[in-house]
Design a protein around this ligand. Sequence first.
Ligand code: AMP
Length: 271
Amino acid sequence: MWRAGAGRVGLVPTMGALHAGHISLVERAVRETDAAIASIFVNPTQFGPNEDFAAYPRREAEDLALLETHGCAAAFVPRLAEIYPPGDATRVVPGPIAAPLEGAARPDHFVGVATVVAKLLAIVRPDAAFFGQKDFQQLRVVQTMTRDLRVGADIIGCPIVRDPDGLAMSSRNAYLTPDQRRDAVALSRGLFAARELWERGERDAHVLRDRVRELAGREGVALEYVSVADPLTLAELVAPSETAVITLAARVGKARLIDNVLLGMDVADLR
Ligand code: AMP
């Protein structure tokens, strides 16, 4: 058993095409556990029929080299049949936390996410697993799922890593042309402008949302939603007092991008 004597094991689930955001999770796992394991699996069940499963970037050799450089003890790169064996029919259906936002835009997405994460946790049996704030609702779905199913692994949320101009790093940024890449910076500008209002005391969700729309909704950027919600439940808020999360999704060219800012709390406070 590889696990015997490994001490505390940390898992970083990814879909590969690794960038500095993924590496920040790996570094955290290396620092906080005795053996960091990254998984690379482009999970078909979390993609809709008209989404980018086939086009999703795949760079396994480069990814494995990066993981080794950054101190991963092992990489787990399962074949399809290891995760979905013949006859596989069981799904993990998350509760209301998965209903709004990405759940509304991408039917069954979070069933696919919760199912694959449950399987990865069952196979690797880590003490802790590290997820990015970038996919904020995913982090909350996974934290809720592991709590409800008594999985027993700590689900650690890690801050968003951004390019120097503010764009949140994403494997899907590879779909952007240079012009679209310039347009995409409007998303983080909108979120940061709303955060500034919050820091000056603004608590009206309408005003915060409008500020995001004002800056982010420019030519070349098709906003799908801008939400001001409770970071624990993702229920929409009218006048948040203590904490909130502003999330957005937008299409820029062929890419569907998501981003968020947490207000009044740190992602590390979420368990
Ligand atoms: P993915 O490969 O897109 O499924 O992402 C794997 C993990 O990396 C997820 O927990 C993501 O939230 C996280 N992640 C992706 N992009 C970033 C980023 N820019 N900063 C921090 N974490 C990220």
